[in-house]
Design a protein around this ligand. Structure first.
Ligand SMILES: [Cu+2]
Length: 492
């Protein structure tokens, strides 16, 4: 970096007056600015590597502590490649190839100007050789050319972290796509000299795809499917290496009023991510993982395959906020779903919560309010219920379960001849009222999708289910509005 560039960089920082950590200067006038940059440039020339330390690496979603040093040092990074069977989803296993034993690989954090001595060790029980291409490296193959490591061997190479930013690293051993598809990727953050503004929480989130022999949710140890990888049709799109790695008890957390910084990578191998947090707005985005906080107030940010983004936001209200790839079938049907749980007091002036529930029927149907008596529901004969139910079925269910109830293999279970439905038609009421997710077996096939609860009246749901039980070759059965009311009451 030339002296001139440095002056401009500093000037920009001063003009915007962005608070920076560890920046010893406050610039208030052009003269001060000039002298300060001269001093800085002088220090710059002397930025000699001092001392030596071992990098502390973390598994996702943890991030190593920010760097307090204001000088470059020699950093020793030790990373081990492994091949091992692990959980991809409930009941689904996969042979992951890893950097550091988990997918994604361990998070590496160094400072701009550091001399990184990289030790790559391949476990003796590995079957494959591996290497590493760090996008933070200026040099052939990003280090891959110097790090080809056979099972039971170790290699060492060094690089100076010239450019700050958030970078992907990945294995680049042939077939490259397969090594990446099997889990060989992670993030390395090269902190700019002046550091990042302080925040309360930092997390590591990595999106990637898995291409398995079986469809989404199909149990057992799943092999890699090269054909699907070539077609770019993954069965799984996940955060941090598996379905559910960031949900429920594994959710990342924050308290109301705190600032959160997410270091988000997209390892691909094929898809571009439209990263979004439902119910939050990114106050700041460092687009593509560069070091300029160059966009504000962003809903979704595009993260290329082999790229990254840094997003920051303050959490203002409590609740669960979903991290998704807004290519939304990936989120709700392929696994690209995480959770941020925010604890704290309700903030009704920012978000009220539900204030009132009303029944709404569009113009012509008349507006009905829930007060006093409910409108009487006409009593229908069995045949009328089935007819009315058929109409409602085509509007509310056929899109997924198909017009003849035959379902779609691997995605939507059949209602025609469904042993699951016919075994317990009362259970079906709960499914329609509350929705259903998690693995179920219908006629010997496992389904693991998400069915949203349906917002219909008790009698409408009774009519639909009565229709279903008397159609598509199903023998018979009748569901009453009172049955639905009972199931609804159990929910509360
Ligand atoms: Cu590899």
């Amino acid at each position: 970096m030339s002296t001139q560039n440095l002056t401009i960089d500093l000037g920009l920082i001063a003009m915007k007056n962005i608070p920076r950590t560890r920046n010893p200067f406050r610039f208030n006038s052009p003269i001060l600015l000039l002298s300060a940059s001269l001093i800085f440039t002088a220090c710059q020339a002397n930025e000699e590597i001092r001392g030596e330390e071992s990098a502390v690496l973390t598994h996702a979603p943890a991030v190593p502590a920010s760097i307090e040093r204001d000088y470059p040092t020699k950093v020793i990074v030790e990373l081990e490649t492994t091949e091992r069977v692990g959980r991809l989803a409930d009941g689904v296993e996969y042979t992951f190839w890893t950097f550091g034993g988990e997918v994604p690989g361990k998070f590496i954090r160094v400072r701009e100007g550091d001399l990184v001595e990289f030790h790559l060790n391949n476990r003796p029980d590995s079957k494959m050789p591996h290497n590493i291409d760090l996008h933070a490296v200026t040099g052939p193959g990003g280090g891959a050319a110097s790090s080809f490591t056979a099972p039971g061997k170790g290699t060492i190479f060094s690089f100076t972290a010239l450019n700050p930013g958030l970078f992907i690293y990945h294995c680049a051993t042939a077939p490259v796509g397969m090594h990446i598809a099997n889990g060989m990727y992670g993030l390395i953050l090269v902190e700019p000299k002046e550091g990042f503004p302080p925040v309360d929480r930092e997390y590591y989130v990595m999106q990637s795809e898995f291409y398995t022999g079986g469809a989404y949710g199909e149990g057992g140890l799943q092999p890699f499917d090269m054909g699907k990888a070539l077609l770019e049709t993954p069965d799984y799109v996940v955060f941090n290496g598996s379905v559910g790695s960031l949900t429920g008890d594994n959710a990342i957390v924050a308290n109301v009023g705190e600032t959160v910084r997410l270091f988000v990578g997209n390892a691909g191998p094929n898809l571009v991510s439209s990263f979004h947090v439902i119910g939050e707005i990114f106050d700041i985005v460092y687009v593509e993982g560069g070091t300029v906080a160059n966009q504000k107030n962003v809903q979704s940010t595009v993260i290329p395959a082999g790229g990254s983004a840094i997003v920051e936001f303050r959490v203002d209200v409590p609740g669960t906020f979903l991290l998704v790839d807004h290519s939304i079938f990936r989120a709700f049907n392929k696994g690209a779903l995480g959770m941020l749980t925010v604890h704290g007091e309700q903030q009704p002036e920012i978000y009220s919560g539900l204030q009132e529930e009303q029944v709404y029927l569009p113009e012509g149907g008349g507006i009905q309010e829930i007060q006093g008596e409910e409108m009487p529901v006409p009593v229908l004969s069995g045949a009328e219920k089935i007819e009315e139910g058929g109409r409602l079925y085509s509007q509310n269910c056929a899109a997924c379960h198909q017009p003849e109830g035959q379902g779609i293999a691997g995605a939507f279970p059949p209602l025609a001849g469904s042993d699951y439905l016919l075994a317990d038609s009362q259970r079906a009421i709960g499914i329609v009222v509350n929705g259903l997710s998690g693995p179920i077996v219908v006629n010997g096939e496992t389904y693991n999708g998400v069915m949203p609860g349906v917002l219909l009246s008790d009698s409408d749901i009774a009519n639909i289910l009565t229709f279903v039980l008397n159609s598509f070759g199903n023998e018979d059965g009748e569901i009453f509005a009172e049955d639905v009311a009972r199931v609804r009451a159990q929910r509360h």
